[in-house]
Design a protein around this ligand. Structure first.
Ligand SMILES: Cc1ncc(COP(=O)(O)O)c(C=O)c1O
Length: 390
C-alpha cells in the first residue's frame, strides 16, 4: 500500500468534488463549453487592480541585494507594519507589526494558527454550513471539528454554541461574509457570541480563541456593516488573504493578525512564527509581500458580482428556491424545492448548470452557487434556474 490509510480516507471524503468536476467536464465535451454554465468554483474571476500590477512590476525590478533571500519567518517588517495599520483602522484597536504574521493565503494562516494552539483531541467549533476545508485543517493538527448548526438565516445561534462548548474547546472559527452562504454576521449577534465565549472561557479556566476567517471582508453589498471582532472579544485572531479582494488567489499571500488583548500574546505570536517555519511554509512569498505594500486599500471591481448576485437571486426565486439574500462574498446558498440536494444538482447538471450540493457543506437540502463568473454565464444559468420548479 503506497499511501496512508488516513490520506486514502480524506481523498474518499472529498471525492464528490472530483466527481462533480468530472461530470462537468464530460458535459462540456458532449455539449460544448458554451452550453454549460459552471457555478461550482469560488475562483475570483476579476483581474487584480491595475495598481497592484504596477506595484508588482516595480517590485520585480528591484535589484537591491538580498531581495530574494529568506527573511524573518513572520515576514518583512515593513509589510507587517502596513498591514497592522490597515487592521487597526478596520478594527478600531491599535496594532503593530508585532501582532501580524504574513502567510501563504488564508489557508496557510489557518493551518499555522491551528498548529500553534491545538493539542491532540482539542475541539474546534465550526458553524454549519461551513467551508469544508476547515475539517481537514483541524484534523491536520490532531484537533476534532465539532459542528454547530447556524439558524435558518445562516446566522450563528449563541444558545447552540454555548451548549457545544466543553472543557476541550480551544477555538471557534467564524467566517463573515460567509462561504457558502454569503451572509454577514450582525454586530449585535457577534456581541452575543463574544459573551458566550467570555463566560465559557471563565468557566473552563482557559482562553477560547475566536478565529475570524475574513477572506471576504472587502466583498460586501449595500454598505452592510461588518463587526470588528477585536473590539468585541479579546481572544480573537484574524486569518485572511488578498486572494478574493485583490484577485490574487494563485499568489498565496495573506496574513494572521492577533488581537493585542489576547492572553500570552508573545507566546502566541512566537508559536505562529515557529509554525510557519516548521509546517514548511518558511515565509510568505517575498515578491508578493513587497507588491501588496502599495495597494492594501485597492479592491477588485464589484460591479460584476453585484450584477450576477441580482440576476441569480431573481432566477432562483422564480424557480421555487428559498433564497437568503447574500450580503457579501460571491455565493448563494438557496434551499431546493425538493429535499434531495444531490438530485437537485443532478437535474440542474442535465440542464447545463453546475452547482454543488449543500450536503458537502454540512447542510443538506440546499445547493451552493458561486457567481464569480462572466455576466452571460450568470444570465443564462438564471434562465435555467427560473424554469426549475415549473
Ligand atoms: C471561507 C474561506 N476561507 C479560506 C479560504 C482560502 O483562501 P486562500 O486562497 O487565501 O487560502 C477560502 C477559499 O475559497 C474560503 O472560501
Amino acid at each position: 500500500m503506497s499511501i496512508s490509510k488516513k490520506m486514502r480516507e480524506q481523498m474518499q471524503r472529498s471525492s464528490w468534488i472530483r466527481r462533480m468536476f468530472e461530470d462537468a467536464e464530460r458535459i462540456k465535451k458532449e455539449r460544448g463549453a458554451d452550453a454549460v454554465f459552471d457555478l461550482s468554483l469560488g475562483n475570483p474571476i476579476e483581474e487584480p487592480p491595475s495598481r497592484f500590477l504596477e506595484s508588482m512590476r516595480s517590485a520585480a525590478h528591484d535589484a537591491a541585494s538580498g531581495t530574494h533571500r529568506y527573511m524573518s519567518n513572520a515576514g518583512y517588517q515593513q509589510t507587517r507594519a502596513a498591514v497592522a495599520r490597515l487592521v487597526s483602522q478596520e478594527q478600531g484597536v491599535q496594532l503593530s507589526e508585532n501582532h501580524v504574521i504574513m502567510s501563504c493565503g488564508a489557508a496557510g494562516a489557518l493551518n499555522v494558527v491551528l498548529k500553534a494552539i491545538l493539542d491532540p483531541s482539542d475541539e474546534v467549533i465550526i458553524l454549519a454550513p461551513f467551508f469544508v476545508e476547515y475539517i481537514f485543517y483541524i484534523d491536520n493538527h490532531n484537533g476534532v471539528a465539532k459542528v454547530v448548526e447556524s439558524d435558518d438565516a445562516f446566522q450563528p445561534d449563541p444558545g447552540r454554541l454555548a451548549e457545544a462548548i466543553t472543557d476541550r474547546t480551544r477555538a471557534v472559527i467564524i467566517n463573515s461574509p460567509n462561504n457558502p452562504t454569503g451572509v454577514v454576521y450582525s454586530g449585535s449577534l457577534m456581541r452575543e457570541v463574544a459573551k458566550v465565549l467570555k463566560d465559557a472561557s471563565q468557566r473552563h479556566g482557559h482562553e477560547i480563541y475566536l478565529i475570524s476567517d475574513d477572506v471576504y471582508r472587502h466583498i460586501v453589498y449595500d454598505d452592510t456593516p461588518l463587526a470588528a471582532v477585536f473590539t468585541e472579544y479579546p481572544s480573537s485572531i484574524i486569518v485572511t488573504s488578498f486572494s478574493k479582494d485583490l484577485g490574487l488567489a494563485g499568489e498565496r499571500i495573506g496574513y494572521i493578525a492577533i488581537s493585542p488583548a489576547v492572553g500570552e500574546l508573545e507566546a502566541l505570536f512566537s508559536a505562529c512564527v515557529t509554525a510557519t517555519r516548521i509546517l514548511g511554509f518558511v515565509n510568505a512569498p517575498a515578491l508578493m509581500q513587497r507588491s501588496i505594500l502599495a495597494c492594501l486599500d485597492a479592491r477588485v471591481d464589484m460591479d460584476l458580482y453585484r450584477h450576477n448576485r441580482q440576476v441569480l437571486c431573481e432566477g432562483l426565486t422564480r424557480g421555487g428556491f428559498r433564497v437568503v439574500e447574500p450580503m457579501g462574498a460571491f455565493y448563494i446558498f438557496p434551499q431546493c424545492p425538493e429535499p434531495d440536494d444531490v438530485a437537485c444538482c443532478a437535474a440542474l447538471r442535465d440542464k447545463g448548470v453546475i452547482v454543488v450540493p449543500g450536503s458537502g457543506f454540512g447542510r443538506p437540502g440546499h445547493i451552493r452557487l458561486a457567481y464569480s463568473v462572466e455576466r452571460q454565464t450568470a444570465v443564462k444559468a438564471a434562465a435555467v434556474l427560473a424554469e426549475y420548479g415549473r
